[in-house]
Ligand binder design. Structure first.
Ligand code: MLT
Length: 406
């Protein structure tokens, strides 16, 4: 008899963004012709930049010729992209990362979801609350939690991210083995200052713990004091893995390209306490289960690092940041308390009422899709997340509609 992984029974029946998509679908079926504005899932709307498109086309043409055709590429990614990322995203900021410490992949959602499989089933895990659901759900699937009760899984250590701590939790008093951090934060839009990240690095070093640092939104940081990478913190290379994505930086949500940095000096431990290089483990996993991102996509991603590409990408991010500014200002003027949106594409809005009820009200009365804060965890109750990824005129229209409600 083929039996199921019972851990799936502990999960909510559908993934947060699938639940929202279903609600929106049902609403539009009942209200055909409704003009819905989508500020829910963080999906970009602007096209790929001209440099990326040129490189993409060029690489497709290479695939059309026998002389330049390519079959399987290296599973870890082509050196041209790994080297460019190491140089421009890290070394230019004084963070020592080598090209061969970078693993190119088809998305940070997959990498942050898959990384946990390198670790023992009984490790202690800390996650912020609210949190990007993938970190939690992937550990539930792997059997590292108990049941879901009162909005939380038994066995996880939740780090409350609240107004009181500026949505940046400090390390816990207790000892954990694995910590997920995401800055700029999804969903709150909060950023972590250097000394806050330094506390986390010190905690990880002291406890022989590992930090999984999701920096998918780093391109949105405009405050020069805020670190873009955890490797800007001395000592982080030994205790942290970093996830980067071209999705929100360069419009690759549909094209798919991301990468994960696993420094060669980062170690984890076997049952006897012997240190094992994490790079070797991830390399083993990656080469076994992944066959590389397509050559044209990697060429398109590498174009992000050319002088023209960098300018164009900056323009894309600036566009969404201006949307975020408009959302923040308009909501503040309408009497809402908001955070995020200055170094991040997400605005975290206090609703003063149940998150899902507020979500429903915005959907049915304003025809605006958002994301209910409670979908990200118990501490998200009473908030919604608004994404700045949409066309400027649609963002303004959405703000008009929300202001008219209040
Ligand atoms: C979000 O809206 O939180 C993101 O778009 C989800 C993702 O990147 O997978």
């Amino acid at each position: 008899m083929i039996r199921i992984n019972e851990n799936y029974g502990k999960l909510a029946s559908s993934y947060l963004f699938s639940t929202i998509a279903k609600k929106v679908r049902e609403f539009t079926e009942k209200n055909p012709g409704s003009d819905i504005i989508r500020l829910g899932i963080g999906d970009v709307t602007l096209p790929l930049s001209p440099s990326c498109i040129r490189a993409f086309h060029g690489a497709v043409d290479e695939m059309a010729e026998e002389k330049s055709f390519r079959g399987y590429g290296p599973e870890q990614g082509y050196d041209f992209l790994r080297e460019a990322a190491a140089e421009h995203d890290f070394r230019s900021r004084g963070a020592a990362v080598e090209g061969d410490e970078i693993f190119i992949s088809d998305g940070s959602k997959c990498d942050t979801g898959n990384f946990q499989e390198l670790f023992a089933p009984d490790i202690r895990i800390a996650v912020p609350d609210p949190v990007y659901p993938v970190y939690v759900d992937s550990n539930v699937m792997a059997g590292r939690t108990g049941a879901f009760r009162e909005g939380r899984y038994e066995g996880l250590v939740y780090l409350d991210s609240t107004r009181e701590n500026g949505f940046v939790p400090a390390p816990p008093k207790e000892k954990v083995d694995l910590v997920y951090l995401c800055f700029p934060n999804n969903p709150t839009g909060a950023v972590a200052r250097r000394e806050q990240l330094a506390e986390w690095v010190a905690y990880a070093r002291e406890n022989r713990a590992l930090i999984l640092f999701d920096a998918a939104y780093e391109a949105y940081i405009r405050d020069p004091e805020i670190p873009h990478s955890i490797y800007e913190i001395p000592g982080a290379r030994e205790v942290a893995v970093e996830f980067r994505s071209f999705s929100k930086t360069a419009g690759f949500t549909g094209t798919r390209c991301a990468y994960t940095v696993v420094p060669k000096c980062c170690h984890v431990y076997d049952a006897s306490g012997k240190a094992v290089p994490l790079h070797d483990l991830w390399n083993r996993r990656h080469t076994t289960k992944f066959n590389g991102v397509s050559y044209p996509v990697q060429r398109a991603a590498a174009a992000v690092y050319t002088p023209e590409g960098r300018k164009e990408i900056r323009g894309l991010v600036d566009y969404y940041l201006e949307n975020a500014r408009i959302i923040r200002e308009r909501l503040a003027a309408a009497g809402y308390t908001c955070t995020g949106g200055d170094n991040s594409p997400y605005i975290w809005v206090r609703t003063g009422t149940d998150s899902w009820k507020f979500f429903d009200r915005l959907l049915t009365e304003a025809r605006v899709v958002t994301t209910p804060g409670s979908g990200f965890g118990r501490c998200g109750e009473g908030y919604i997340r608004i994404s700045a990824f949409n066309d400027r005129s649609r963002v303004s229209q959405a703000m008009d509609r929300i202001a008219a409600l209040s």
